[in-house]
Write a protein that binds this ligand. Structure first.
Ligand code: NAD
Length: 304
């Protein structure tokens, strides 16, 4: 069996794959000649940078399974995989806690400004009034998408004494968790107009692309913050830039961008933006879980 891994994977997962076959592992293979390696491959394991196209799938005539080290399958042509009879396996909820904790880090950063305060003190400042900020207690968290990550975030927000509003038109599988964690389910307009923090947890698809745009941003309070750990394409970056620059919302934390890595962006020039390189799900714990889970699923399919 030949197993091609085109992006970084944790040792624990690599070990499982190596016991099953010959692993071609190059964490940058997605930038190089991946197609050539796939011609006689039985399995392909990717993260989110490799674009698995219809053409790639067509040429990989021996391919039996595609493993995705994470959640969010928007980089894989799922229709082409389905038509070719190739199952796609992924790490459902393996990094959900990590993403939920990242959102807390972002909310607390906006609420308390520890890094800014540190720079202020190191620079000789001691302005305590300037750093008198706000509590998360009593604030409203708005969840767009209340699936694996959204419900874990709600659980943590409940412990902080936050009010939680949620919008998810396909709620049934998570209804019990939403009730348990105090999520009041409502419509998109209500979530956007009432939340102090709006956090996005939807997959990227034709319905969610540009969901956050000029019109939906206009519904948010000027004091509110937007946090995007879902996919860059869910937010219209141009509209967000103008909303932030004109003070129509207070700030944004973006872990994901339309183009990753970005070439340049007007967002870089703004002080009220937190930008991170798609790391919300990247913790040691989540990555061990993700690598093992996906490797096991891939092996299961290869063994038939
Ligand atoms: P999930 O499938 O468990 O939950 C997604 C929820 O979104 C579902 O409940 C679904 O009903 C809802 N939804 C779908 N379309 C919607 C719409 N139009 N409006 C509102 N809700 C809608 O997925 P998850 O594990 O919670 O992950 C969510 C997304 O987060 C993933 O698709 C992925 O893109 C992203 N993600 C990012 C990172 C990171 O490191 N930044 C890590 C993991 C996941």
């Amino acid at each position: 069996m030949k197993i091609v891994v085109s992006e970084f994977i944790w040792e624990e997962g690599l070990q499982i794959l190596s016991e099953q076959g010959d692993v071609v592992y190059n964490a940058d293979l997605w930038k190089e000649d991946l197609v050539r390696e796939l011609v006689d491959a039985d399995a392909l394991v990717v993260r989110n940078q490799t674009r698995v196209t219809r053409e790639m799938i067509r040429r990989a005539s021996r391919l039996k399974v595609i493993g995705r080290l994470g959640v969010g399958l928007d980089n894989i042509d799922l229709a082409a995989a389905r038509e070719a009879g190739i199952p796609v396996v992924y790490a459902r909820n393996a990094n959900a806690i990590s993403v939920a904790e990242y959102v807390f880090a972002a909310m607390l950063t906006f609420a308390r400004r520890l890094e800014e305060a540190t720079a202020h003190v190191k620079g000789g400042g001691w302005n305590r009034r300037l750093y008198t900020r706000m509590e998360l207690y009593g604030k409203t968290l708005g969840l767009i998408g209340t699936g694996e990550i959204g419900t874990r975030l709600a659980h943590r927000a409940q412990a902080f004494g936050m009010k939680i509003l949620g919008y998810d038109p396909f709620i049934p599988p998570y209804e019990v968790a939403c009730t348990e964690f105090g999520v009041q389910l409502t419509d998109l307009e209500t979530v956007l107009s009432r939340a102090d923090f709006v956090s996005l947890h939807v997959p990227l698809n034709s319905a969610t692309r540009n969901l956050i745009n000029r019109e939906t941003l206009a519904l948010m309070k000027p004091s509110a913050y937007l946090i995007n750990t879902s996919r860059g394409g869910v937010v219209n970056e141009d509209d967000l830039y103008h909303a932030l620059k004109e003070g129509r919302i207070s700030g944004a934390a973006l872990d994901v961008l339309v183009q990753e890595p970005p070439q340049d962006s007007p967002l870089f020039k703004l002080d009220n933006v937190i930008l991170t390189p798609h790391i919300a799900g990247l913790t040691e714990e989540a990555q061990v879980k993700t690598s093992v889970l996906v490797a096991q699923e891939v092996v299961k399919i290869l063994r038939g």
